[in-house]
Design a protein around this ligand. Structure first.
Ligand SMILES: O=C(O)C(=O)C[C@]1(C(=O)O)C=C[C@@H](O)C=C1
Length: 277
């Protein structure tokens, strides 16, 4: 069966690179204009799965991914991949002095902000829906930040390579689907991502949840809050735990957590794969 996969397009994005690294070129890749649309397509069953960015080593969480996943509890994270992200400045312009504006995805602009400051100074930075979408805005006095692969695919020239401020810049992607893609359970170990809403906004309520993980010596690799978007000052919590959700002690701990929170969504258990690893 050929898998149908949604990703943030158009062709040439890092999300497409992650899709190819995870599933190879035999899958049918369907480009979507937003992360929200990509996940909606997977939740609606229009595709078998979706590949979305979740966290960058420098800029942190891709909030659109977490916020949208909360809306689609039927989706599960099946795999995770860390992709090295090496940005290029792309365009027909020969001299930096001729550039009046640079287009790219906000994450990419942020990952290159030091370089842009140093080499292009006060040039206008214009956000786009994705890095390869930025290539559509290239002109006589405008450039874009995207990958070398994107430049090649669209027949464009690279002005500068590796302009990301941190040489080890990388982004973690999740492959999510409603149905399991294979019959195998996640390998033992790995980690589990969860999201939960508290019952009350009161002292000690978050502590009650965290103390369950402490009691079972479960390491929390990450925890962060996102607005509920319903009431100002009320939050959802997203956490990454060490260990699989079906394995002990995480399984018992999660059952106890479910009993003390308003809503618990086990986003999925997975092993973090390294690109090329
Ligand atoms: O615009 C792209 O190429 C994407 O795949 C999105 C995205 C992101 O949202 O973080 C992915 C990797 C990079 O961090 C920059 C942009």
């Amino acid at each position: 069966m050929i898998l149908r996969v949604a990703f943030l397009g158009p062709s040439g994005t890092y999300a497409e690179e992650a899709t190819l690294a995870l599933l190879g070129s035999k899958c049918e890749r369907l480009a979507h204009p937003s992360i929200q649309g990509t996940l909606r397509a997977a939740a609606a069953g229009e595709v078998d799965c979706a590949v979305v960015p979740v966290e960058n080593a420098v800029e942190g969480t891709v909030s659109a991914t977490l916020d949208t996943l909360w809306l689609y509890p039927q989706l599960r994270v099946r795999r995770a991949l860390v992709l090295p992200v090496r940005h290029c400045l792309i365009g027909p312009v020969q001299h930096p002095a001729d550039i009046q504006a640079v287009y790219s995805h906000p994450q990419a602009l942020a990952q290159c902000q030091g370089w842009l400051e140093e080499h292009l100074g006060a040039v206008e930075r214009i956000p786009t829906a994705s890095t390869s979408e930025a290539l559509r805005h290239i002109g006589a006095h405008t450039a874009a930040i995207a990958s070398e692969r994107a430049a090649r695919l669209h027949g464009l020239s690279v002005i500068f390579r590796a302009i990301n401020d941190h040489p080890d810049n990388c982004t973690r992607f999740w492959l999510v689907s409603e149905k399991p893609l294979t019959e195998t359970l996640p390998p033992p170990g790995g980690c589990t991502s969860i999201a939960f809403a508290l019952r009350r906004n009161q002292p000690g309520v978050l502590h009650e949840v965290l103390s369950i993980f402490a009691r079972y010596s479960i390491n929390l690799a990450k925890i962060e809050s996102r607005p509920t978007k319903k009431v100002l000052g009320e939050y959802l919590f997203f956490a990454d735990l060490e260990g699989g959700a079906e394995a002990e002690p995480v399984n018992t701990a999660l059952r106890q957590v479910a009993a003390v929170v308003a809503e618990l969504n086990i986003l999925g258990s997975y092993v973090i794969e390294q690109c090329g690893g």
